[in-house]
Ligand binder design. Structure first.
Ligand SMILES: [Zn+2]
Length: 439
């Protein structure tokens, strides 16, 4: 991604940071986060503001964005866009007739459908450029929809601000699965379907059949949802054009509906087995993508966190008990469980990993019952955590799972773990070499 016009973004960050950073430094940081770490522009700006001690929360609300950067269910969005179409319709809401306006708006990043629900005194004509403050977004069939409610202000701008919109008919970006980023507009990817299943969902009160699964190429895997029946079958090699990418807690997901072209291709392509094969990702790459589906990382355990070892869970809700108390159900007789919560660092970044009972037993070579015995003998649950720590700290592990991103960083719910714990020094050296080579 290239930042076409940096200045307005730099100025917004500068306003949020006061004089903590010069505009040159802000520009440099922005380029780094967008070009190197591949964050979206709003995420990059927010990250910089947070990093340098500005008020990232207030900053995240109501700054001007590209349409492709809008997410579903945002309560307050500002943008400048060209009206591509404008239609009137009379509807009956709460027993009263009212006029709405709907159509499409576009900028140089994408086009989106809009609906104006409060239309008194409002006119929108094709070709007008409007600056919108205080709109909100919803989602329909995996696509963001913009809504103008009673808090919106709409100003007419010089129509020349946005020239011709080409995105809608322009060719989709041809990308690999590892390149998929939230909000990148129309994309074209090719991949093999590793799994697919039909689901019944309710869309606007109507039952609808959708199809979701995992599609993969040599660079990675991604979850997809097809909102029309393209007769997708497991093992098909698909060329999907005009798909969109949205994020679920930062993990890119592929969406396509009846506007997409889905072609089954017959050509040489890695087999499902080859695609399932584990490739180890750098944590910095996962971080740049904002999360990953079914990723594998290899790194050293640099911290074994509280809540590891033998824990007691609430029999009703499975929450871990704190001093015999469940947050919801109060005092409970706990059900014992084992887990590891650890920070894993591969030299490029860190991920917080949670390992459930079965994998923990495998890694530690100790069953839940045996751990219970030990705890009973010493009359102390903590001996188990202590023994875990002793065995795990600074050891190298290979972990597989879905990685999500939030403001605290990356978290992995581990669904696969290497059985061995390797000596750390050789691994660290290997990782350093790998980092050096990838520069
Ligand atoms: Zn409970």
């Amino acid at each position: 991604m290239e930042i076409q016009n940096l200045a307005p973004h730099v100025q917004e960050v500068a306003r949020a940071l006061g004089d903590k950073l010069s505009e040159e430094e802000i520009a440099e940081e922005l380029r780094k986060y967008v070009d190197v770490y591949r964050l979206s522009i709003p995420m990059a700006k927010k990250t910089i503001v947070k990093k340098y001690g500005g008020d990232a929360e207030s900053f995240s609300v109501g700054f001007q964005r590209k349409l492709a950067e809008l997410r579903p269910n945002e309560p307050n969005v500002d943008f400048v866009a060209k009206v591509l179409s404008s239609n009137d319709k009379e509807i009956t809401a709460k027993g009263e007739k009212k006029r709405i306006i709907y159509g499409f708006v576009g900028d140089d990043s994408t086009t989106l459908p809009y609906t104006a629900w409060e239309t008194e005194g409002l006119t929108l004509a094709k070709g007008e450029v409007i600056s919108v403050k205080g709109a909100y977004t919803k989602e329909y069939q995996g696509r963001v929809q913009v809504n103008f409610g009673n808090r919106v202000t709409i100003r007419k701008e010089d129509p020349e601000t946005i020239k011709d919109i080409q995105v809608a008919d322009g060719p989709p970006k041809v990308v690999t699965i590892a390149d998929l980023r939230e909000g990148m507009g129309y994309v074209q990817v090719k991949g093999r379907v590793l799994s697919v299943e039909a689901r019944e969902v309710t869309v606007k009160g109507e039952p609808k059949k959708i199809f979701s699964g995992v599609v993969a190429d040599e660079t990675g895997k991604v979850q997809f949802t097809a909102w029309s029946d393209f007769k997708v079958k497991k093992d098909d090699i698909l060329k999907i054009s005009k798909a969109t990418v949205k994020g679920w807690r930062g993990i890119p997901q592929l969406n396509f509906d009846e506007r997409a072209e889905v072609i089954k291709v017959k050509e040489k392509f890695p087999t499902a087995e080859e695609l399932q094969k584990v490739t180890v990702s750098m944590i910095s790459d996962i971080s740049a993508r904002g999360g990953a589906t079914d990723a594998t990382v290899r790194g050293a355990i640099i911290e074994v966190r509280d809540g590891s070892g033998l824990i007691m869970r609430c029999p009703d809700c499975r929450r871990a008990l704190q001093k015999g108390m469940c947050k919801v159900h109060g005092r409970m007789d706990g059900v014992p469980d084992l887990r590891i919560k650890a920070i894993v660092d591969d030299g490029s970044g860190a991920v917080s990993a949670v390992v459930g009972r079965e994998l923990t037993e495998g890694l530690m070579g100790c069953t839940l019952d045996e751990c219970m015995e030990r705890a009973k003998k010493s009359m102390n649950l903590d001996v188990v955590k202590d023994s875990f720590e002793e065995k795990l700290l600074l050891k190298v592990v290979t972990l597989t799972g879905n990685v999500t991103a939030d403001e605290y960083g990356l978290s992995m719910i581990v669904n696969g773990a290497g059985t061995g714990l390797d000596d750390v020094r050789a691994e660290v050296e290997r990782l350093l070499v790998q980092l050096e080579e990838s520069r």
